[in-house]
Design a protein around this ligand. Structure first.
Ligand SMILES: [Zn+2]
Length: 149
């Protein structure tokens, strides 16, 4: 290419599948979902907050967590949104409702899909319960969705 020619730039995409270890904390969380349909959190030794999903360090006081506690599979919907746009990253076909859910016994909220729900009747404060998949793989989608109760 001479100095007077324009460079031709074409868009491209690299698909790069990879695997990684989720780490000690997420490992136990996902195994409990997969094998026992139990939702586990960790309790902060300093402030007592139960973190769900569990994290190695408390976000409030930065203490390292090490005490596991089972929280309920039921909780309260704090907020929600509905997406109508399709995306390859969505686990289900839109329209799809996502909720911020505070599980009973948890001090933090988690985000998950809402199912078996009339999109026009979703309200913050409504009670919801986890519905587990029959075939679980050890990831957050072992909870298929949360349904109103
Ligand atoms: Zn704490």
């Amino acid at each position: 290419m001479s100095e007077k020619e324009d460079a031709v730039i074409l868009p491209a995409r690299i698909v790069l599948p990879f695997s990684y270890s989720v780490g000690r904390i997420a490992n136990k969380f996902f195994i409990e979902l997969r094998d026992n349909k139990r939702i586990m959190g960790v309790k902060c030794p300093k402030c007592g907050q139960v973190l769900v999903p569990p994290r190695r360090y408390c976000g409030k006081c930065m203490a390292e967590t090490n005490e596991w506690v089972e929280v309920g599979d039921k909780g309260t919907l704090i907020a929600y949104t509905v997406t109508y746009r399709s995306s390859p990253n969505l686990p289900k076909k839109p329209p799809l409702a996502y909720g911020i859910i505070k599980l009973d016994g948890a001090g933090t909220n988690m985000v998950h899909i809402l199912g078996e729900v009339d999109l026009d009747k979703i309200k913050p404060g409504m009670r919801v319960q986890a519905v587990f998949k029959n075939q679980r793989e050890g990831n957050i989608l072992d909870i298929d969705y949360f349904k109103p109760i």
